[in-house]
Design a protein around this ligand. Structure first.
Ligand code: RNT
Ligand code: ZN
Length: 416
């Protein structure tokens, strides 16, 4: 049977459930995910900063990591060519580009250092998102925005403001709003003597950064929480309660990274709670595995459940979806594409569910029927709709996308 025939059978089967697959494909084609640039080079950036710090870690030594802006951009292009739709690119502040080798310190970065990223985005008609980099820097060794040393704290406040200016520049130049996510690793390996002090300084630092005055109609500032980091096991200043309270009281956007909670806590359950109180929320979609919060996203139950919470609550325009993971043990391009396509597969699955019908079953207390239908839905031909979605967007739906990665590895990555 041809793909078209398989699709028309799937279309008919979903129609029996009241789901219009053509409408779903069209809706999914419009969903833009913010793809992180840092999967391509193990979060190294272009400042020759040395080791990755901040309690995050990449493991593995797969050959072919990008080491220059040109290589990273080439890899991003290749990855995008295997992912349906148009997506934002998410850039970290440590990815400034310095052709003369004169690297600007973090508090002195300027829009001009990111101009090649703007050119890249403009040429492809995509938006850019941004992140201050509060790690992998000598002054980050003992805290950034919580630092008890006022000079060091002021340095990092200046960094935050510099990043807001770059975010405004991104938005103005590309014509797409820019999401700027603040995450700091600040915390303690062992039991603190003072938990409140660092949090009060963090609050003040953030107030100073946001107080710089910026165009809120084009820059969405988000604040990401975390539960612990490597070497920061006992205390994290920017905990969930801190970040959420700060974001809601200051009118910025709370960001949940689903690798940043205790293992039995689920972000899929938190999305609706936050939607009650916030006009917008943001997600870092990742996969936590034991101590690591940054494994490559897969098409697993929790990813699907998170996407269901966005889709069935009609919140696609209220939830900023970004990826955040880094794996140096496999082909980095493969990691990008697998993760992005997994988020899309999860979104597709959520969109193909008869959500109104399921909700009505819950409200009328038909719990056995609800469980039955939720399970039966798992056997529906989502793959045939996926293939059609990919075909309509000019990319391959099946595993043959990987041929392009293999070829790229043999012709480009192996020569690095
Ligand atoms: C770290 C956070 C943060 C980083 C990026 C590189 O635990 O998830 O989002 O992954 O800023
Ligand atoms: Zn994150």
């Amino acid at each position: 049977m041809t793909q078209k025939e398989l699709y028309s059978i799937a279309k008919a089967r979903y129609a029996e459930l009241g789901v219009d697959t053509d409408a779903v494909i069209e809706a999914l084609s419009k969903v833009s995910i913010s793809m992180h640039c840092w999967q391509g080079d193990d979060v190294k950036g272009f400042e020759n900063a040395g080791a990755l710090t901040g309690g995050i870690q990449t493991t593995g030594n797969y050959p072919g990591a990008a080491t220059t802006p040109a290589q990273l951009m080439q890899d991003i292009d290749k990855a995008f060519s295997l992912i349906a739709g148009k997506h934002n690119l998410n850039v970290h502040a440590c990815y400034g580009i310095y052709p003369d080798g004169k690297i600007a310190d973090r508090d002195a970065i300027k829009p001009e250092h990111f101009a090649p990223w703007v050119d890249f985005a403009k040429e492809r008609g995509i938006g850019l998102d941004f992140n201050p980099t509060y790690f992998s820097h000598p002054l980050a060794a003992n805290g950034t925005l919580t630092n008890p040393n006022e000079e060091i704290r002021a340095f990092w406040i200046r960094h935050g403001i510099a990043c807001i200016r770059i975010s405004e520049y991104f938005a103005r130049e590309t014509g797409f709003p820019c999401t700027m996510n603040i995450w700091i690793p600040d915390g303690m390996k062992d039991i603190p003597a003072d938990r409140l002090g660092p949090r009060m300084r963090y609050m003040d630092s953030l107030d100073q950064i946001l107080g710089c005055g910026y165009d809120k109609s084009i820059v969405n500032v988000t604040l990401e929480s975390k539960v612990f980091g490597i070497g920061l096991e006992s205390y994290t200043a920017g905990s969930a309660e801190f970040a959420l309270s700060y974001a809601t009281t200051r009118g910025i956007v709370p960001l949940m990274d689903n690798g940043h909670y205790h293992p039995t806590e689920l972000v899929s359950d938190k999305i609706s709670a936050l939607l009650c109180f916030n006009p917008k929320i943001a997600l870092h979609v990742t996969r936590g595995v034991r101590w690591d919060s940054d494994h490559v996203v897969r098409y697993d139950d929790e990813t699907v459940e998170m996407m269901k919470e966005i889709v069935r609550n009609d919140a696609l325009d209220r939830v900023i979806i970004a990826t955040d993971y880094f794996d140096a043990s496999i082909n980095r391009l493969g990691a990008w594409v697998i993760g992005m396509r997994s988020v899309q597969k999860a979104l597709l699955t959520a969109m193909l569910a008869p959500n109104a019908k399921l909700k009505a079953m819950q409200d009328s207390l038909q719990f056995t029927e609800l469980m039955m239908l939720q399970e039966e839905l798992k056997m529906m031909p989502v793959g045939d709709v996926w293939n059609e979605f990919c075909a309509r967007n000019g990319v391959v739906g099946d595993a043959s996308w990987f041929d392009a990665v293999r070829e790229y590895e043999n012709t480009v990555l192996k020569n690095r």
